[in-house]
Design a protein around this ligand. Structure first.
Ligand code: AHR
Length: 504
């Protein structure tokens, strides 16, 4: 396998949207309870935040975290989660069939987000609720004082406004599984009116309209078109969600799923721009890809790993839900998804890997026990750390691998950023070939590299296979190791990428 990549300092896509490296904390399974929050854990601080988990979150480096759902938000009463903890009600959460204690709510999340140094992306309930509750929440969170809701916030211990800028107008309301799901017409009008009312309270907020729950939805395309036909002027982003998994051992197609992600994004961009043109709008709506990841959704209909909605939590508190264990292959695929997001940095401005801890997550933790990094932690952490400056437009000439689903695709998938201030180029590279190493040449036209600052690779461990993973009692089996022999020859970077690998 060979690949030649040409970079030119004048060919750039966009400033790196730093919000692309977002994550997601939902009240689902053990993401909040026994994930980020576990009073009584030996590592918990006085507020019950797990310090071991917080440390891993800081190392992972998400820039923005979406909260509190997800499907959960479509039945959530945000007022349940504020005020004295002992007075907070226990409720049935219909989305995941669990009992929500409300011990953790908005104030706790705001404090946790400060500790984690992340921006908050707050979702409002447009499943069972509407305009009034959403604008009340903006007033509670962002208005300084002197009104009912803002004074209640102060009474509950937060003198200063939370100043939350980024808001989701509901979640996956096109989905029949969603509590209070809607037609595109119903949702489009509701989103429009809710957005207006929220902005009357705080004109500085940014708003995300719900797009399709995935590309396979029968209403994909028409949903976005109808919703934006109503709400284009009132919103800033439309959301995308996508989850991928390996089907029937077809690993070649799985490794190529970023081809689908690219096409999905292009489709949403086209739909946004069609509405913009027809409506003679001047402002630009962009994309918030606010749920994406690898998620093994089939074959998990057991008590502890229930399929999406059906069996779910059996009305327990924080049951184990969809705690996928990620392997080497999954990490390489996640690397290609991050590349796809970067390549679309001119239109995708926010993205959130779903989720942050335990629930399809880069970080795992056990109740009363340890916390550790999954394989997918590594590509996320390095891209979040190093993708700075501008996204470069690459010319890639790569050998192909053949796949059932996507035909011939590039064996080497790549994205790159250039931080002029620091004088650094970051290259993110996946080798999709299972058998062949990739001989890589990167021609850095006009950028003249003088040294390699660092080079790392995640690949199959020597004594392992492509399904090797990190688990509680073997936490560092899969990780980054030095990528040897990266040279600069006549101003070009030369490297050899191991089969099935992700390199930086
Ligand atoms: O992230 C898990 C779930 O996937 C979210 O709650 C929902 O929005 C999506 O279907």
């Amino acid at each position: 396998t060979t690949a030649r990549i040409t970079i030119d300092r004048d060919f750039t896509i966009a400033e790196v949207p730093r919000r692309l490296f977002g994550s997601f904390v939902e009240h689902m399974g053990r993401c909040v309870y026994t994930g980020i929050y576990e009073p009584g854990h030996p590592q918990a601080d006085s507020r019950g935040f797990r310090r071991d988990v917080l440390e891993l979150v800081r190392e992972l480096g998400p820039t923005v975290v979406r909260y509190p759902g997800g499907n959960f938000v479509s039945g959530y009463l945000w007022e349940d989660g504020v005020g004295p903890v002992e007075k907070r009600p226990r409720r049935l959460d219909g989305a995941w069939h669990t009992v929500e204690t409300n011990a953790f709510g908005l104030h706790e999340f705001v404090e946790w987000a400060r500790e984690a140094d992340v921006e908050i992306m707050e979702a409002v309930n447009l499943g069972t609720r509407g305009v009034e509750e959403a604008r009340a929440l903006v007033e509670y969170a962002n208005h300084p004082s002197g009104t009912y809701w803002s004074d209640l916030r102060r009474q509950n211990g937060a003198a200063d406004p939370f100043d939350i800028k980024l808001w989701c107008l509901g979640n996956e309301l096109d989905g029949p599984w969603q509590i209070g799901g809607k037609t595109a017409q119903e949702y489009g009008r509701l989103a429009q009116e809710t957005a207006k009312a929220m902005r009357f309270v705080d004109p500085s907020i940014e708003l995300v309209a719900v797009g399709s729950s995935n590309r396979q939805m029968p209403t994909f395309g028409t949903w976005e078109h109808t919703v934006l036909s109503h709400a284009y002027d009132e919103v800033d982003y439309v959301s995308m969600h996508a989850y991928y998994q390996e089907h029937d051992g077809d690993v070649a197609s799985f490794l190529a799923e970023a081809v689908d992600m690219d096409a999905f994004i292009d489709g949403v961009v086209a739909t946004i721009d069609a509405v913009k043109a027809a409506g003679k709008h001047t402002k630009q709506v962009n994309i918030s890809f606010d749920e994406w990841n690898v998620w093994y959704q089939s074959g998990l209909d057991t008590d502890d790993q229930p399929h999406v909605i059906t069996a779910a939590g059996q009305w327990r508190e924080h049951p184990r839900l969809i705690e996928d264990t990620y392997n080497v292959t999954d990490a390489v695929v996640v690397g290609t998804f991050l590349n796809s997001l970067l390549r679309h940095g001119d239109r995708v401005k926010i993205a959130n890997q779903a989720q942050l801890v335990n629930v399809i997550a880069p970080i795992r933790s056990e109740e009363g026990g340890p916390a550790w990094r999954q394989s997918i932690f590594w590509p996320f952490a390095r891209v979040a750390q190093l993708a700075r400056g501008r996204v470069l437009r690459l010319a890639i000439d790569s050998s192909h691998v053949s796949t059932k689903r996507y035909g011939d695709v590039d064996a080497i998938d790549a994205a790159a950023t250039w931080d002029e201030e620091n004088g650094t180029i970051a290259l993110f590279l996946a080798n999709r070939s299972l058998e062949e190493a990739g001989d890589l040449t990167v021609d850095l036209r006009g950028l003249g590299a003088s040294s390699v600052r660092s080079a790392e690779v995640l690949t199959v461990p020597e004594d392992g296979d492509r399904k090797s993973a990190n688990v509680a009692d073997d936490q560092d089996r899969v990780g980054l190791v030095p990528l040897r022999d990266v040279d600069i020859v006549d101003g070009a970077v030369r490297a050899t990428l191991p089969p099935l690998s992700w390199s930086v």
